[in-house]
Design a protein. Structure first.
Length: 152
């Protein structure tokens, strides 16, 4: 069991749980469990199903279907319906997450604006130096003419 748990990066407790659920059926020799190629494949499919967010009951149905002698139309239709249902659920969750992220972005922007304003109003806060008004330039026609020295 230790080998299998290390190979698939799962705890021995999880493996025992999968055995209790009927997902794995190792041969027993005394106190030892012997995991076959079939058990390894079933564990791989179980972990893949979990990554997809399927329940262990759904995973078991799929794994059992995978091992059936012939894939009937009815089994494939059931599998397809399960996948479509799961896809719809994930898409709803994704929509909810995107909406939540947009709301968080709005709150962050508002907090930043309020923080900037609060910092400006704090006592002792450095205020930007007041600019001196620029001297108004007179149009060239109203300027006094410059005297030019003549050289001889």
């Amino acid at each position: 069991m230790t080998e299998l748990s290390q190979e698939f990066d799962v705890t021995p407790r999880a493996i025992r749980f999968y055995e209790d659920m009927g997902l794995l059926e190792p041969e027993r020799r005394g106190m030892n469990r012997i995991y076959s190629h079939r058990d390894r494949t079933r564990l791989k499919l179980t972990l893949r199903g979990k990554r997809l967010g399927l329940s262990l009951t759904e995973v078991k149905q799929l794994v059992d279907m995978y091992e059936s002698p012939s894939d009937t139309t009815q089994q494939l239709e059931a599998f397809l319906a399960m996948l479509q249902s799961h896809r719809q659920q994930l898409e709803r969750q994704l929509d909810d997450l995107q909406l939540t992220l947009a709301e968080i972005g709005q709150h962050e922007a508002r907090c930043r604006r309020m923080l900037t304003e609060a910092r400006r109003c704090e006592p002792g806060a450095k205020r930007p130096a007041a600019r001196k008004p620029a001297a108004a330039k007179r149009p060239a026609s109203s300027r006094p003419a410059r005297k030019i020295k003549e050289t001889t």
